[in-house]
Design a protein around this ligand. Sequence first.
Ligand SMILES: [Zn+2]
Length: 122
Amino acid sequence: MNISNKLRRGGFTLVEIMVVVAIIGLLMSVATVGINHAIKTAKAQTCNMNIEAIEGAKQMWMLEAKKGDNDTATEDDLKVHLKNNAFPTCPSGGTYTSNNTTTRATCSVHAAASTSGVPANQ
Ligand SMILES: [Zn+2]
């Protein structure tokens, strides 16, 4: 047995290693796209839940302060009705506009949220 036969046994060729690396790269790119989409969806849903909380706080403020349909609450008015007495922040860095009591609150990043639970442009 010569040296080249000894080295050949139990090892992988360059082509085999390249094929494995290519397959791993392909799987990684597919996973990355899926994970990015999941993160984007989760942020949009969190934002929508924050808007729902703001809407609830607006309703409570409206009842408590005996306000009408076209009155607009400030962040400070709503804070007392929100968790930890804090105005929620959008996970994507958007800012919320509470609007008046007949108009749904909006996020600057996630545009007008739909009532189905997922904002229009996620
Ligand atoms: Zn948002």
